[in-house]
Design a protein around this ligand. Structure first.
Ligand code: LLP
Length: 419
């Protein structure tokens, strides 16, 4: 059951007609559906029904809104965080410290210390010096840091180059060939309880094959580490499962993913950890926008909307596709390019695409904007920071305010010596 439905020709999110949100909150605005979030959280968990010991950590980088995180906390999800800021958010949203995993290739010493002080469940160590630093800080604090070593399995995830993380020449993890020696050196350090390994090969994966190849390599590594006398109790399989952005996309379902995981890992006897992001949040949100102008172009017209690349950066950054649908559908279509107001040609959401016919003043949505949408927004061109709304049945709440350019400007200074 989809919670983004046309009723009487008007797009609703759950029971709320989108024109109401446009009128009361303004546009552009991200709108999320609580019921959809909950359903995705449950579907992902159900997919892993044959994995006996598991831990689910939502990759909060994809949607760190406190309201969204609270929904997932109530679904029993912990968090995968990559900065001190995300760590504080996860706690503020009600996630338990022991359910938090700290990933990221550039954790500072201050962030490692913060993680220890807050009592987080696990550090995913990216390389040997970071592990040494973590051990030193833990010893100073008379604490023990639970950790796993992130390995780079050198597989091609078959996704966009900018979001691929598991090839040998990517910056993430330690090479799987050198992992045993590094593991051996780190495992002996006081202050560190090195209990397993982690991997994450990329995002928006639309095939299970690279994941399976990577998991098999990690399975062999686990066996080698055990043969060398190490106790391996945890393996973090990361995130990466893709979602459907447009008709014809056919990413593996959570059930297919879960069945593959259960099969490949059946003899591992570890707690498996997962860091899903997009598969939980992607299809739970839309970016609601108003058409400002329809401007003639050399071939097709430009539909100029009030959302821009600063609000939804994925098309500009990764040539990503987001479906564009009119909130009130006439049934007619037009071929147009959809662009935002920012002064860059890159501020283009779609080129020469067949879309619902729209006119100035009409509302429309970009679909599948619940992951890596608002979180990647900026105020480029001194635009406001885009607000977020969470719908729950027939009620909604503004879960992030629109931050006006004026408010951002208020944090800037012109020093006296410029006068
Ligand atoms: N775990 C780690 C260590 C990660 O680096 C990521 C994503 C995830 C989990 C979650 O991956 P997911 O399940 O969401 O695929 N901004 C890009 C995506 C960047 C992904 C970065 N890492 C986009 O808009 O496509």
């Amino acid at each position: 059951m989809d919670h983004f439905q046309y009723r009487d020709g008007i797009l609703h999110v759950e029971d709320i007609p989108l024109p109401r949100i446009a009128e009361e909150v303004g546009t552009p605005v991200y709108v999320y559906s609580r019921a959809t979030l909950e359903r995705h959280a449950q579907t992902f968990r159900d997919g892993l029904k044959d994995v006996p010991k598991k831990h689910l950590a939502f990759a909060i980088k994809c949607n760190p809104n406190l309201g969204v995180l609270r929904v997932l906390a109530r679904q029993g999800y912990g968090a995968d965080v990559v900065s001190g800021g995300e760590l504080e958010r996860a706690l503020a949203a009600g996630m338990a410290a022991e359910d938090i995993v700290f990933s990221g290739v550039g954790k500072t010493r201050a962030e490692l210390a913060l993680g220890l002080d807050r009592g987080i469940g696990q550090f995913n160590i990216e390389h040997e010096p970071e592990g040494i630093a973590l051990a030193e800080i833990a010893v100073q604090k008379e604490m023990t840091a639970r950790a796993v070593l992130r390995v780079n399995p050198d597989v091609d995830a078959g996704t966009h180059a900018k979001i691929s993380t598991g090839k040998a020449d990517n910056k993430f993890g330690v090479g799987i060939d050198v992992a045993p020696e590094i593991f051996g050196r780190l495992a002996g350090l006081p202050g560190l309880q090195l209990r397993g390994v982690a991997l994450h090969i990329g995002s928006q994966l639309t095939s299970l094959a690279p994941l399976e190849a990577a998991f098999e390599r990690v399975g062999r590594l686990v066996a080698d580490l055990r043969a060398a006398g190490h106790s391996i109790t945890h393996v973090d399989l990361g995130g990466g499962l893709g979602v459907r952005y447009r008709e014809g996309d056919n990413p593996p379902t959570p059930a297919e993913y879960g069945a593959m995981v259960a099969r490949v890992t059946k003899d591992w006897d570890v707690t498996l950890m997962f860091e899903p992001g997009r598969v939980i949040a992607g299809n739970t949100g839309v970016l609601l926008t108003e058409v400002l102008w329809v401007k003639p172009g050399a071939t097709n017209p430009f539909v100029v909307v009030d959302a821009a690349m600063n609000d939804l950066t994925r098309p500009a950054l990764y040539d990503a596709h987001h479906d564009f649908d009119a909130v009130k559908r006439s049934g007619d279509t037009m071929t147009a390019s959809i662009v935002g107001p920012v002064c860059e040609t890159g501020d283009t959401f779609a080129r020469d695409r067949e879309i619902d016919t729209v006119a100035p003043g009409d509302l429309a949505v970009f679909r599948t904007a619940g992951a890596y949408g608002a979180t990647m927004a900026s105020t480029y061109n001194s635009r406001s920071l885009v607000p977020e709304v969470l719908v729950d049945g027939d009620r909604y709440a503004i879960v992030a305010d629109r931050i006006a350019a004026k408010t951002i400007m208020a944090a800037e200074r012109v020093p006296d010596w410029l006068d």
